[in-house]
Design a protein around this ligand. Sequence first.
Ligand code: CAO
Length: 464
Amino acid sequence: MALIEVKVPDIGDFKDVAVIEVFVKSGDAIKVEQSLITVESDKASMEIPSSHAGVLKELKVKLGDKINIGDLLAILDGVDAVSAPAAAPAASAPATPATPAAAFPDSATANAPVMSATAAASSATPSTSVGAGVVASASGLAINAPAHVPGGTTVGLPHASPSVRKFARELGVPLDELKGSGNKGRITQEDVQAFTKSVMSGATQTKAQSAKGGSGGDGAALGLIPWPKVDFAKFGPIERKEMGRIKKISGANLLRNAIMIPAVTNHDDADITDLEAFRVSTNKENEKSGIKVTMLAFLIKACVAALKKYPEFNSSLDGDALVYKNYWHIGFAADTPNGLMVPVIKDCDKKGVLQISQEMSELAKKAREGKLGPAEMTGATFTISSLGGIGGKYFTPIINAPEVAILGVCKSTMEPVWDGKAFQPRLMLPLSLTWDHRVIDGAAAARFNAFLGQILSDFRRVLL
Ligand code: CAO
């Protein structure tokens, strides 16, 4: 077997460029055109492919080294002398003049050197020769190294240009957890940005975050002192039970939402004396229909009216922007044997109280039986958590992100209310509105609650 020297090919204007990535290690089986390293100038980065096939005997460069055209890159034990000539044109592929990429544009021009090198590698590599061993050894070194099969499919490793990989590296984004939206699944800069946003907003967790046990787990990620570890058995008999799947999922979500949202809760009372009388009489009239009208259904309709009047309560934060939703899907917390679930009633603005009551009863039943589908639990723009059937006065519900507010409702009680001349017995419903202070001000929250109270005390206002 002949020893083959692989040298830095013509890399155009790139001079004294730093090695920023190494994809291979001694002993790796190297194919013609396989990327060995990535170099980076102050303007762009590019992968340097091997001009020959063989087993890597020695890599002559390391991270941080500065290289130039003609420098010795690697020594291979040649396995197939015939493959050598085929490599020559490929080595010049990255010589395309680099385009400034300071802002990591994902334009075809900026990626040209990279794309041409990648494309050459893909077409030069027969599918059968993409051995698992090669991929495995590459992954041991650099999980971001591309390993393509013909047609551009990535084998186990993410497919992204060096500039995108550099961008991801700077942000600490694990590229292997992204799905590429680019040509043949290539990960683009936009994919990296979207993933980062999603992680920052809490909508996505990296594998590392999940492994830590939900959002923050032991609190180390927040710089908190460790969670107290107590041997409870020292103090008395104990029984340890693993939490169910739903509790684990909702727990992680609740923790994230409680920590990340600067939430404030306003408490108020609504006079529902007349509304409750109407509800009771409606149920008497509708006894035969089998549909029981609930206070929660009226609350949903009242909330839709308030959300329409104060649209920021029906919005979501997206970076520095607010997304106002022109649909009114209301989630309601349902207590189930497996834990808290939030079914969603869609388009509540288009439905009457009877229909909402019926859907609510069906969804609550499904929730309790664990039969809710994903579509029945997603898309809410606002949530109501009613403990009215159980009891209590006020509580502080946690916002269901990415929503920006949630209404907590407790048990109505008959109370003496001063009408200016005398105390009157009125049925009062305690309301607790929690809102995201990044989006909503205290005054707006007070107005929302007051408006809700007005509607509930005289439901004809819904029609206005
Ligand atoms: N004040 C007084 N009574 C009320 C009331 C209120 N605000 N809301 C409901 N009630 C009454 C109902 O009228 C009903 O009485 P009748 O049987 O005499 O008619 C009784 O309480 C039971 O109501 P319900 O709870 O079955 O029905 P609902 O429409 O009020 O609620 C649902 C449905 C699914 C929201 C509820 O069953 C539930 O799961 N609630 C718990 C939600 C929860 O866990 N929230 C906390 C989340 S944070 O951990």
